[in-house]
Design a protein around this ligand. Sequence first.
Ligand code: IPM
Ligand code: MG
Length: 398
Amino acid sequence: MYKEQIELAKEHFAKILERELARVERMKSDTEVVDFSNLPKTIIGIVGGDGIGPFIAEQTQKVLEHLLHEKIANGKIELRVIEGLTIENRIAKMQAIPDDVLAQLKECHLILKGPTTTPAKGDGMPNIESANVAMRREFDLFANVRPVKVPQLGIDWVFFRENTEGEYILGSQGIEVTPDLAIDFKATTTQGSERIIRAAFEYARKNGKNRVTVVTKANVVKTTDGKFLEIAAEVAKDYPEITWDDWYIDIMTAKLLDESRRTDFQVMVMPNLYGDILTDEAAQLQGGVGTAGSANIGNKHAMFEAIHGSAPRMVAEGRAKYADPSSLIRAAAMMLEHMGLQTEAKNLQMALEICGQFERNVVLTGRADGATNDQYTDYILETLNDPNLAQKYESYMK
Ligand code: IPM
Ligand code: MG
């Protein structure tokens, strides 16, 4: 029975295996790492995306132009706006990232990207892969770094989400073997696991953190998550000064809400999908996904984005101008850090925290009873320009 369907599925699976094994070989030979703090000229591509994306990207560009104006004026940095990564254009070309857009992105060292719409089954749009997922894969941006900080609650977490494997890498390549049987694939490699786990431990070492927590579901998803956990145990041996522990994703989501335990966590590392879920939960504690930024780091490129989607509902209801730009501005701060511009990055982070968590003179609600994103960005800029910024921040931290 179903002989023909099984044969077709086998052929499909064989192709997947060939591609994945080729990817493993590419990872093995990809050892050269670009130092982004040491480029003669840095080109930053700014991609608006869809929905609220162009609105918050415009505000973020304003902040970058302010902080980098000297370097832009003397040609050390170029902000290059790249159009065309919209759902309409992607559907017209039937490509996750249209070729001409991809070619332009490849000319940039760093990318700052607004959210892009991802078609889902049943929404009437064609099955186009997520532009985020495609970009992460295309540029091999394996480390998705997502910090969440709520000083009043003693929360200071950095999530290292594996960004190129797991359920995601083959997310658009599942098969409906018969109308009754759908199969998706999850892929985990030694190289892919090792590089993200090592990135987490390196970060801990460089930033004076003494604990790394590995999150899997290795008790059930034994082969792939089991590999991830096994590799974590190996990598941890190179970092004897750092304590490490492992948790399953279900209890981990509970522990992030446990006031007596959650402040113990520092650096967390996990496969792709668990990181997707856990970081939304964590961001909610900080004030919502609209407040959280994210770095997607690879050996040769890096892309910085908000952790949320394009919020089409806000646009449909005419509320795009009330969307919180903090997420993307926070991502810009991470980008400045990645470029070695530590002072600019630190100042921007302090201003974001003062505006969003402590002072709150201008407040966004996502609706007309709150500030517009333009007003909020001006508030951030004003705070940045305060000559007593650092003292102000310290006084709140006491
Ligand atoms: C994120 C987003 C994306 C993801 C979506 C838009 C594909 O939720 O960056 O966390 O799942 O990775
Ligand atoms: Mg997500």
